[in-house]
Design a protein. Sequence first.
Lengths: 124, 570, 253, 433
Amino acid sequence: MTLKVNLITGRTIDQGVTIENKTSSDYQEATAYCELNSKNLEILGKPGSNVRVKTRYGDVVVKLKENNGNPDSIAFIPMGPWANAVVDPDTRGCGMPGFKGIPAEIEVTKDKILLMKELIARYK
Amino acid sequence: MELLIKNGSVYDPVNGIKGDRTDISIRDGKIVDKVSSSASVIDAGGRVVMAGGVDAHSHIAGAKVNMGRIMRPEDTRLGIKPRTKITRPCTGYTVPNVYAMGYRYAQMGYTTVFEAAQAIMKARHTHEELEEIPIIDKGALTLFGSNWPTMDFVREKNMDKLAAYVAWGLLASRGFGIKCVNPGGGEMWGFGKNVTGLDDVVPNFEVTPREIIVSLMKVNETLKLPHSVHLHCNNLGKPGNYRTTLASMELADQVRARKDRQVLHVTHVTFNCWGGTNWGDFESKADEIANYLNNCDNVTTDMGQLIFGSATTMTADGPVQYANAKLLHAKWANGDVELEDASGVVPIFYAKQVSIHAIMWAMGLELALLTKDPYKVLLTTDHPNGGPFVNYPEVIALLMSNKKRQEEIKTLHALVNDRTKIPGITRELDFNDIAVMTRVGTAKVLGLLDTKGHLGAGSDADLSIYDIIPDQIDPSIEHAKIKSAFSSAAYTIKGGEIVVKDGEITATPAGRTYWVDATVPEEQTEIMMKDIRHKFKNYYSMNLANYAVQDEYVTHPEVIKAGAIPVEVS
Amino acid sequence: MQTVTIKPKSELTISVEAENISPDKFAGKSEKDIQSLEVWLGNHKTTLGDLFTIKVEGIGTAADVKIVMEGNFSRVKRIGEGMTAGLIMIKGDVDMHLGAKMSGGKITVAGNADSWAGREMKGGDIIIEGNAAYYLGSGYRGESCGMRGGKITVLGNTLDFAGEHMCGGEIYVNGNAGILAGISNNGGKIVIGGNTSRPGSEMSKGTIIIKGKVDEMMPVFKLEGTEAVDGVTYNKYTGDVIGNGKGLLYVLV
Amino acid sequence: MTTEITDALCPFCGCNCDDITVVVDNNRITGVKHACRVGTAKIMGHHRIETPMMRADKKSEFKKVSYDEAIEGAARMLAMSKRPLLYGWASALCEVHKKGILLAEEMGAIIDNTATVCHGPSTLAVHEKGLPSSTLGQIKNRADVVVFWGSNPVHAHPRHMGRYSVFTKGFFQEKGRRGRKVIVVDVRKTETASMADEFVQVQQGSDYLVISAMRAILSGHADVVPDSAGGVQKEQLVKLVDTLKGAKFCGIFFGMGLTQSISRYKNIDNAISLTTELNSFTKCVIMPMRGHYNVAGFGQVCSWETGFATAVDFARGAPYYNPGETAANDLLMRKETDAAMIIAGDAGAHFPADSVRHLAKIPVVQIDPYWNATTEVSNIVIPVAVCGIEVEGTAYRMDGVSLRYRKMIEPTLSTDVEVLERITERVKELRGV
């Protein structure tokens, strides 16, 4: 099952708490997830299961999380390497890439979430 | 280090030298009576020699200056100059970067410049920039006119507490003197309002601008500060405001100076001598102000001369800036500081064919030419409000040449003929007058005449040589030469070191920062601090322990002692 | 007539700053003189001749100069900056700031142009046969006026902020434009053949004609009815109402 | 021996809280009082890089080296570059920024800071419209209406509402929270929105339309506004405008919701105009919620030194500025950068994959106390003392108030300033200037 969403990224308090500790599992816990409201989430599975988020710019595996503050079809991934694997690089003449409002598809996956080190290794 | 400047036509009004060929001797950064035969020699070849220029009112550093830069990249891209082996890169015209600030002043022969306004809470920022401005000596005036403690103590009529607060505020801000901008108006702007005259009552504080000005003048004298109260009058930017300006000047009669200087300095009068009742009948009343100055000896002013072209207005007068932004449909920055006044930044373009601008251009010149004593009208453009300081040579040329003025008037909106006196003024200032308006007068107004503004022994060895041989030039006719010579000093010497030669920077020593350490009895400070501590506990957004400017931000301090109690000489 | 032919010697990754490629700078100069004109490759000062092969035939004033550029110039910025006369024909792609501040003459690009083509243009002609990126015919940061005169034609598409702060001149885009075309238009004319979104925000003067679809209309325009322009019926809007703007926005019915 | 440092400053977010108490035992921080979770975590500290490291290629393991070797290597790498990028700076003090700008000048580099992926667009908006703002104490003392637009202080600035904007009492706001109306405008119902008196939910990417509609209503042109704009009903917009107009003092705080979505800086440009226009009716100020504790400081220092706030290109010896062309991601995405120094900011974690991919291909030197994603793409890593904890100096709060950070403990590693000074000296020698 694939869910089409509008992806946004941003800060969270746990991302802030762990930001200077990026090699830790706490940081991964705090940033390698994707939030959907329960109605959207049910289409894909249960909170805690792994999903692959795909955009024109790349794909990344993160954990599914529930947040009922999200309107329908809005997915949220905390800012960080996992989110940035799929954001829009175009700076639109302003120097700022597209960290919010990226059309994305989410599907269930059995693949594991890459560690920060593994994720960055993909770029080498 | 010894240096001998031979054969200059020296203009040193304080020491009675009016263009006479005089030698100037320099040793270890000071002017001395004589140097040894091993001194290096500069042959001035009959060219004009003056003390280094002193500017008592210019916006060169701090939060609003930097906001001007941030909001105006279109200005920054003007005046771009790559780095050289000696200099850092330069940018900007109305809001130059810190390096251009120092170099350009030095290139004009200026060696001392005072930033005209800093809020105590943002003084650290001011000093961060002052530290980075090369070559020139500098200082900053501290805003007190709408500060809550000021208004509280004025309401309580407790001059002891007010004096203690001013002394503490100068220390906390490493400030040089009392700046008072649209007193009371800054607080009212906190809720988007303003005062309309000297007797409006500021809500919640129950004081009037009149009471604030008089009280600050009183404590200024109690503290025997080197400079007087430096006032930006209420109602700036409103037609008819000359009445408020005159009424403010009259307040000086209520206070006696405790030092050999004015009681009140009224700044950038171009913006405060407006007649008429609206933009339609707008006219100059600079003559009224000049008339007042000709009959009083306790008030000084500066021109705030308008320069056609681009300018960036910046002032602690928050409400006037909002009005400007609305009128001009211009971008607007506002910078209210909690408990301590306001500020605003708005770009403007002064155009020759806009009647208001043409009339304002005349105002500064009228003021300078109709006031008999040049000590009472300092040369400023209120940089960058009337225009950038690099245009001082243009102003000098205008003051020295009626021909240039008449030529200029022909290019302006015709109303300049009807609404100002400038077409009929034939007076032409001489080099001595210019030396007063740009050196001696400024130094005297600031209370720095001991070491600045003149070339007598004991003075700082700050001086400039201009490529003008007085008996070979008629400034009235050859005004273009005058302008060009004052734009690009043949030599600028700062603290005995040659920093400019033939208009080019040759060395970039660090200048010093003047601030005033005024003492008051300790008990008086302690009583005052109870109020201050209460305000930090309840109203400030930062802690008292982190408020005052630390020593690290003033690495070349020049501390002037003042105070209500005698200072012990060690 | 003076014809100058320029070809890249090698593929560039770092952009060259080449405001010296201009009829005004080439006029009356020999091959050797032109080859020794300064250009910047990053922080490295070099010469035109170092990076490009240059051939010159004939000699003339700026108006007589024809510069023919063959190859890929997608990493060459500021071509024709400030030019007042003459002709530049680019048979490939170009980098940013093509014809910035130009006041006369003509530039044609067979390929695509990167952002800021025709920035602060005062006069002359730019024709881009491919696409133009962001800020076509726009202003510089903080300035209140962008393009003031002249004409830019794009046969393909353009991206966001086309004609930002225009104070005069004309921009024609055959294809689509990104968002906020004609933002803060102060007196220019923009015609978009294809689709766009959020056009005309903050316009105070000038005209914007959209022959395709508007994805999202700004909620700041007053519909004044329909009007025919060149035989085609458009919805005619005035605005931006916030500043009592007198801009005209025509959108195909 | 245990000592307590009072009135200490928190080196995490743009709130720059200056009321922190830090407990120090034997040059180790053992306790933090008054700080939020994020600040506490930063001050208590994390695992640190202990020595400089180098590697020949990015896939091999790092080898420990001396500072001398690392600095020599870094200088050689940078001196050879034709298009060097010096990026980061947000977690460093202003004294470091000055050294960085000097190095950029010496090398003809581009210097850019983390605002480029944060409030860089806000600066572009300030170029257009200015910034009617104030210090935070004005909000505390006066504001009866507070708007958080595309910002989420509960997560990103945990003490903002307590210290400055919502719960705190002030001179004219004696009732604190009860005296203020809090409005949140956002795409999601965030925790901040849940605490608000009113939540205005906009359609993602439509803030620009919403703000324009509000400006139209404010200027008396409600008639042209359609029934809904940007997903918000006109009725709600009219009510919202009335609330803002009716305020005694209104403070608007905006965040990444405006800077990062489509329209970018024009969102903020529009919001600044709304603020300006509201001043015809009431007092209204607007302020960016700056992320790092000294990201604002870089903008200040860079402005007074170069005239431009960030993204300054020194290639031709004089500053040139044009984000979209000279910002870090513009250059990385175009693969122009041929060497990079990343300092006090983590491009590896916070840049899009395309940019990181290019960083992975070019020589990179990192200067940072912590191992992060940039470390993974670096050739040379130079660890430094933590600014604001082990190093004293200046930082600027989100409202532009400058503060002096005191040292809490003695550093055991070199400081950023020392490392930059040494690299600069060596680069000058190598470039023969």
